[in-house]
Design a protein around this ligand. Structure first.
Ligand code: GTP
Ligand code: MG
Length: 548
């Protein structure tokens, strides 16, 4: 057990405040905060999808203001929500109350009178007023902040908190996806879906991964899954004649079909769909994908197909994020710690992915003396008939009604749990043992993989197969350092620095690896200037763009 104890229990009524990212908005801040939403995952996704289908994204040309735009758009129907963002260029996401209004708006839109345009009608528009020629030159961009600058600003806010528990909540509030960012993600999926629908009527592009799993960070990639909804076209078991059949092209394997589909879709996005740029084809990966940048939103997208289990995995994580209010702050803290210490990386390789890292946190919360969250099998046992879900022959059934999940008897505070997490994995016998989230039990390792976490839905697979021994050892070593740091008597005591700032304490010590006793960083030399600026109280100087 650790020295400092701040045992305020997280309450179910915790709310998440709206983010600063919404530069200007009408109505968006009235949307109920995500908090602990008990609605079914599929209902939540569907609601977001419907909002996106009623929305357009509009670029402001020149001096066109949000007020002018909203006034113009109101001629076509009631505008339910709008929010404007952007620095170099401004964009407004505008949601109508009804889908018909979007069609009316699109019917009055013009193609620009320049040569050689591809006349593609999308819901990404530009709004030009009569004085657009008088517009001043584009706003001066403040420029992208480096990761170090962003951390410096975040660390200052964390150091100003009253307890480590508060630090963990501030971390979530400062780094989670805002309401507006979430809407943009669903809208990008909807725009991509529009582009594919011509070839495959009825297809759906679903967001998955951190955009919907409850652990998304500002700026995280947007994982998309293209579902062609072919099940509906599958021949009925009982054949009746005469009947019609589709003439189709045949391919040697399902994988080849996915590769061909993604390659064609990628080409379509690159050539016809505005704002989709830098398309890259990663078709030989285990899970073939097309990467591209959606410039109007600044979102990096990864489009996959034939990947329904990944969407179910996101539902599983999302369930856990809402079962207990302590799960999200813990996962955010661990993901941040891992990123800052280079335990995870966006590059493919032997790193522990954010998915595996989240599984490590969930397993710890299942396995701790009094479980904080139930094992997956228990979530399946609570399911009713309508929840039954078989994907690619795997039983992926999960309870969808969150009110059926019993509350945990564990009353540990989130900061205690974080420190217990580091202690738990500091001593875990990774050599012989694997983790089974379905049973919430440790199991004998089935093979020589460095880290073995049984895939919850494809149970014969290890979801951490990619992790190298070197990366696992680094994780354990850093977990030990974090646990050791937390045992130091002054771990939770902010000290006023020489120039009025405070020295890192609590969560900031763990995130930055700052060893108070030695008054230096353990291994993160790149953070030295940042910590100097926190100590001198200077890091808020250029914090006008305080989002991380
Ligand atoms: P970010 O790093 O914030 O994007 O987190 P993320 O949860 O979106 O992770 P990522 O984009 O790497 O992966 C998206 C989805 O792909 C996950 O939710 C999983 O469904 C799947 N996935 C990612 N990594 C793995 C892995 O190592 N094994 C398996 N089986 N699936 C993975
Ligand atoms: Mg992702």
């Amino acid at each position: 057990k650790f020295m400092r104890r701040c045992t305020t229990q997280a309450s179910n009524s915790d709310t998440v405040e709206p983010s600063e990212h919404e530069i200007s908005s009408n109505g968006l801040n009235d949307v109920p905060s995500p908090g602990l939403d008990l609605r079914r995952f599929t209902d939540l996704q569907d609601q977001r999808r419907q909002e996106a289908l009623r929305s357009v994204l509009v670029r402001h040309v020149g001096k066109a203001t949000e007020e002018e735009l909203t006034k113009f758009c109101s001629h076509f129907g009631e505008v339910q929500n709008s929010f404007t963002y952007g620095d170099k260029e401004q964009y407004t996401l505008l949601e109508y109350t009804s889908k018909g209004s979007v069609h009316s708006l699109l019917n009055t839109a013009h193609f620009r009178s320049v040569l050689e345009v591809v006349p593609y009608r999308s819901r990404l528009l530009s709004f030009r007023t009569s004085n657009w020629m008088n517009s001043s030159s584009k706003k001066h961009s403040v420029g992208e902040m480096t990761a170090e600058q962003r951390f410096s600003i975040l660390a200052t806010k964390l150091c100003a908190a009253q307890s480590m528990e508060e630090q963990m909540r501030v971390l979530v509030r400062e780094t989670e996806l805002s309401e507006g960012e979430t809407r943009l993600r669903f809208l990008v999926c909807s725009l991509v879906e529009d582009a594919i629908t011509g070839h495959f009527p009825g297809c759906i592009v679903h967001p998955f991964g951190s955009s919907v799993n409850g652990f998304g960070n500002k700026g995280c990639d947007l994982d998309m899954y293209l579902n062609l909804n072919v099940e509906e076209h599958k021949p009925k078991k009982k054949k009746s004649f005469p009947r019609m059949e589709y003439e189709v092209k045949t391919v040697p394997t399902e994988r080849a079909a996915t590769q061909n589909l993604l390659s064609t879709v990628g080409q379509g996005l690159a050539e016809f769909v505005p704002s989709c740029r830098h398309v890259q084809y990663i078709l030989n990966a285990r899970c073939p994908l097309v990467k591209f940048m959606h410039e109007a939103t600044g979102i990096q997208c990864d489009l996959t197909s034939n990947n329904s289990i990944a969407l179910k995995s996101s539902e599983l994580l999302n369930l856990y994020s809402r079962i207990d209010p302590r799960v999200a702050p813990l996962v955010y803290a661990v993901r941040h710690w891992a990123r800052l210490h280079h335990v995870t990386s966006n590059m493919p390789g032997g790193w522990i992915t954010n998915f595996s890292l989240t599984a490590l946190v969930i397993f710890f919360l299942q396995y701790t003396d009094k479980p904080v969250v139930p094992r997956i099998d228990a979530l399946k046992e609570l399911a009713d008939k309508t929840d039954t879900c078989i994907l690619e022959g795997n039983d992926c059934t999960l309870v969808s009604d969150l009110t059926k999940v019993p509350l945990s008897e564990n009353t540990d505070s989130i900061d205690d749990l974080l420190l217990e997490f580091f202690e738990f994995y500091s001593n875990f016998n990774f050599r012989n043992c694997g983790l089974n989230l379905r049973t919430g039990e440790i199991q004998e390792k089935q093979n020589f993989d460095a880290l073995y976490i049984q895939n919850p839905f494809e149970q014969q697979l290890n979801l951490s197969k990619n992790v190298s021994m070197h990366q696992l050892e680094k994780f354990v070593q850093l977990a030990r350092e974090a646990a050791w740091m937390a045992e130091q008597p002054d771990f939770l005591q902010p000290e006023v620095g020489p120039k009025g700032g405070v020295t890192p304490w609590g969560l900031v010590s763990i995130l930055s690896g700052y060893n108070k006793r030695k008054r230096r960083l353990m291994d993160q030399k790149e953070f030295t200037p940042i910590l100097d600026s926190i100590k001198s109280g200077n890091s808020t100087r250029n914090s006008s763009h305080g989002n991380v």
